[in-house]
Every structure is written in structure tokens, then in C-alpha cells.
Design a protein around this ligand. Structure first.
Ligand SMILES: Cc1ncc(COP(=O)(O)O)c(C=O)c1O
Length: 437
């Protein structure tokens, strides 16, 4: 029995299966840049990036050095007990990078789900309203409010009852519901559905916030049409509803910008951040307009570990690496390469229904006969298994698990990217031959 099999057996005997496994039975001992080494010394090219956490690569030297240095000074005191510089410095950096109109403030927590929870609490206190509107296909985490806001039933089954006063409207998905409509017209039609929801399900005056992922992450790497995001901003302004952008997966260079919402030239009232912001350490943030953030009463937001000094030092070093290497530009270049290769693949394989994304957040949707109503989840599972055989880790996404999402570290070399894309292409084409034979 090899070392990976032994480790997986140990896992099975003490870790419940509810803690799911996305990338097959992979083990990991160490990582560097875009590479992972498993328990048997096998090397993998990591296009999963720890589910969007590793934009600066595994174990970047500067991030590791910052963690070591901070760990030797102060591991913990809790921001509610004593103020320490790394917490304040990270909030200063966040408000500099992510201005929310006028004065901006930030608070730190441990995970994306916690950021979402706190954003909702802040929005409710700031507006004095209780309802929240979210979207189909959304993923906002596994805490109770996060799970309520999440759409995919597979992630929620048996876990209710869920939080009250949460309403849902259809996420604008051009490939699935656009039927060839020009983008502006499609966006207008989908915004009409939202207006209808305000007339029939929840009054605008009851809504504290609308929460949206500018690019669906778990939901299938689908960017909302930019006209839709602008329309949403306008609708929120008209009704005094706060707009929350969940940038947990799309933020920190993934789309070629710090925030995906920047592509639409909009600014939310509140936004949530985690994953790649910490370079691998558990840290997350809520950023918002000062007037909104200041509405939260003392004691209603925060927590024991939120903004842990070591995690703050890691995040500050991570952001410095992103700036130094200009990872926003690199993401745009990676996105261009990936899109070109996927477009070519789409022309060769009728399993490829859609290629879409922003920057390096690119999804490849597999459907039988390119028909969005015939999702090929089993084909995606076969492609992931075949890529893994070839030493390349990829992740599925989407309601039916039929979208291949590229979350490679943005420090990946062109040669490695080529190797990863070749593995994907060969896996899809091999399958195309067997499914059409
Ligand atoms: C958009 C979005 N929001 C929230 C979350 C939850 O983040 P976490 O797993 O850190 O709680 C995720 C995780 O994938 C996410 O993609």
C-alpha cells in the first residue's frame, strides 16, 4: 500500500464523508508555485489552486517569511482585547485598494462565509430592514446564513430550517437563458425579473441588501452581464437597498482586477473577501462605505480570531507580491491564452457548449451536443480523472458539475500553463471520440 492510500484510509476512519472531496483521492505534502507534491512524491500541476486561494502560488517565499517573522512576535491577542498593527495595516491596505465611495472602512474575519454573515448583519443594522435578496446558482458558504443564501440544494440538503427573510431571483446566465439575445437586451429582461420579484415577493422597502457574485464561482464561472450589474446598482440606489458584492472567489487579481465589479464600473456598498487575499492563511474581510460600516453596533461583529496577526501579516505580504508581480496584468494574459485554447477546443468538440469568463476566471461548460439543457456532468468527472492521471488537478463547478473551472496560480509559467491546457484538451478530445463513436 502506498503512502497516499494509507493516508486516505486514515482519513476515512476519522473524518466523516460530509467533508467532501473535489479533486479525487489526491494527497498533498508540499507545494511550491503552481506545483503540489503528494504523499508518494508524485508531482501535480495545480489548476485548482486550493479552490481559488493560491493566486500568488504555493508557499511564496515572501509570504512564508512574513508568517515566520510575525509568528515570532505575536501569535494572538484578539482585536477586541488589544489593538495590533498588522490588523490596522491590512485594513488600511484594503481601503486603499478597494475604495467604496468616499471614506471606506474594513473589518476582518476568518473565512468567506463569516464575511458574508457579517456583511448581512451590517446591512441590516445600517438600513433597519430585514430582508435579503440573493440569486439562483449562488454560493456564499456553509454557515447558516451562508447556506441559506447558497442556491445549490446538494450543498444544503437536510441542513434546514434556514434563515428567514431571504428571497431569490434568477442569476443572469446568457448561455442558459439568453437564447441568442444581445447582451443589453438580455440584461434588461433579467432585470425585469428582479422588478417582478419586488412586486410579488418582497417589497423594495423591506430589503436591506442584494448580494451577488459578479462572477459565479461554484455556480459555474459565469460573469453577470456588465449591463446587469450596472442596472442592479441603479435599482439599489433607487430603493435605498445596499448592494453587496461577494468577491470571495473572484477577488484579488483572478479577473485581472482587484475586484470583478470594477469591470462594470460600479462600486458596491459592501463587499466580501477571502481566499486569495491571505495567500493560504485563513483570513477574510468585509469592506464597505464608512457610513454603512459604522452602523454596526459595538459587539455585533468580530470574533476571537478575526484578523489574527499572523494571517494579517500573510495577507499584507500576499498583496505586496500581487502588486510587485503585477498579477492583475498576468491574469489578463493567462485568461487570453486559456480562452484562445478553449475556443479552439470548442470548435473541435461538440461536448464544449460554452467558453466564458473574466480575466483568468475562465469556465469551460461541457454539454451533450452543445445543448445547455443536456449538461455533461459525467464527462466533466471523466475529464478531471483523466487530467489527474496526467498529473494535472482541475475542479468542476456548476449546478450539474459540468463546468471545468481554471483556478491556476497566477504565477504559473507559460510552459506549465501549456502543459495543463494540453492535458485538458487531450482529455476532452478523447472523450469526444468515445461519446460520438
Ligand atoms: C463566492 C463565495 N462566497 C463565499 C464562500 C465561502 O467561503 P469559505 O469557504 O471561506 O467560507 C465561497 C467559497 O467557495 C465563495 O466562492
Amino acid at each position: 500500500m502506498n503512502a497516499s492510500t494509507k493516508l486516505l484510509e486514515r482519513r476515512r476512519s476519522v473524518v466523516p464523508p460530509g467533508v467532501g472531496q473535489f479533486a479525487g483521492e489526491t494527497t498533498a505534502v508540499s507545494g511550491r508555485g503552481a506545483h503540489l507534491i503528494d504523499a508518494d512524491g508524485k508531482e501535480y500541476l495545480d489548476l485548482a489552486g486550493g479552490i481559488g486561494v493560491i493566486n500568488v502560488g504555493h508557499c511564496d517565499e515572501r509570504v512564508v517569511a512574513a508568517i515566520r517573522e510575525q509568528a515570532g512576535k505575536l501569535l494572538h491577542t484578539c482585536i477586541h482585547v488589544a489593538t495590533y498593527e498588522p490588523y490596522v495595516a491590512l485594513c488600511e491596505k484594503l481601503v486603499e485598494l478597494l475604495p467604496h465611495g468616499g471614506t471606506t472602512k474594513a473589518m476582518l474575519v476568518n473565512s468567506g462565509a463569516e464575511a458574508v454573515e457579517n456583511a448581512v448583519k451590517i446591512a441590516r443594522q445600517a438600513t433597519g430592514r430585514s430582508a435579503v435578496l440573493c440569486f439562483t446558482e449562488a454560493f456564499h458558504g456553509r454557515t447558516m446564513m451562508g447556506m441559506t443564501l447558497t442556491s445549490k440544494t446538494k450543498y444544503k440538503v437536510g441542513c434546514g430550517p434556514f434563515a428567514p427573510e431571504v428571497y431569490r431571483v434568477r442569476y443572469p446566465r446568457p448561455f442558459h437563458e439568453g437564447a441568442g439575445l444581445p447582451e443589453e437586451e438580455f440584461a434588461r429582461r433579467e432585470l425585469g425579473l428582479l422588478e417582478e420579484t419586488l412586486a410579488n415577493r418582497v417589497a423594495a422597502e423591506q430589503l436591506a441588501a442584494i448580494i451577488i457574485e459578479p462572477v459565479l464561482g461554484e455556480g459555474g464561472f459565469i460573469p453577470a452581464p456588465l449591463a446587469y450589474l450596472r442596472g442592479l446598482r441603479e435599482l439599489c440606489d433607487r430603493h435605498g437597498i445596499l448592494l453587496i458584492c461577494d468577491e470571495v472567489q473572484s477577488g484579488f487579481c483572478r479577473t485581472g482586477r482587484w475586484a470583478a465589479y470594477e469591470h462594470a464600473d460600479i462600486v458596491p456598498d459592501l463587499s466580501t473577501w477571502a481566499k486569495s487575499m491571505g495567500g493560504g492563511m485563513p483570513i477574510a474581510a468585509v469592506v464597505g462605505r464608512a457610513a454603512v460600516m459604522d452602523a454596526a453596533r459595538p459587539g455585533t461583529i468580530g470574533g476571537t480570531y478575526g484578523g489574527n496577526p499572523v494571517a494579517c501579516a500573510a495577507a499584507l505580504a500576499t498583496i505586496a507580491v500581487m502588486e510587485d508581480l503585477n498579477l492583475n496584468e498576468r491574469a489578463s494574459r493567462i485568461g487570453g491564452i486559456v480562452r484562445e485554447r478553449f475556443d479552439r477546443l470548442a470548435a473541435q468538440s461538440e461536448l464544449v457548449g460554452d467558453v466564458r469568463g473574466l480575466g483568468a476566471m475562465i469556465g469551460l461548460e461541457l454539454c451533450h451536443g452543445r445543448d445547455p439543457r443536456r449538461p455533461a456532468g459525467e464527462a466533466m468527472a471523466a475529464v478531471a480523472a483523466s487530467c489527474r492521471e496526467r498529473g494535472v488537478l482541475v475542479l468542476p463547478a456548476g449546478r450539474d458539475g459540468n463546468v471545468l473551472r481554471v483556478l491556476s496560480p497566477l504565477v504559473i509559467t507559460d510552459e506549465d500553463l501549456d502543459r495543463g491546457l494540453t492535458a485538458i484538451e487531450e482529455s476532452v478530445l478523447a472523450l469526444t471520440e468515445t461519446t460520438t463513436a
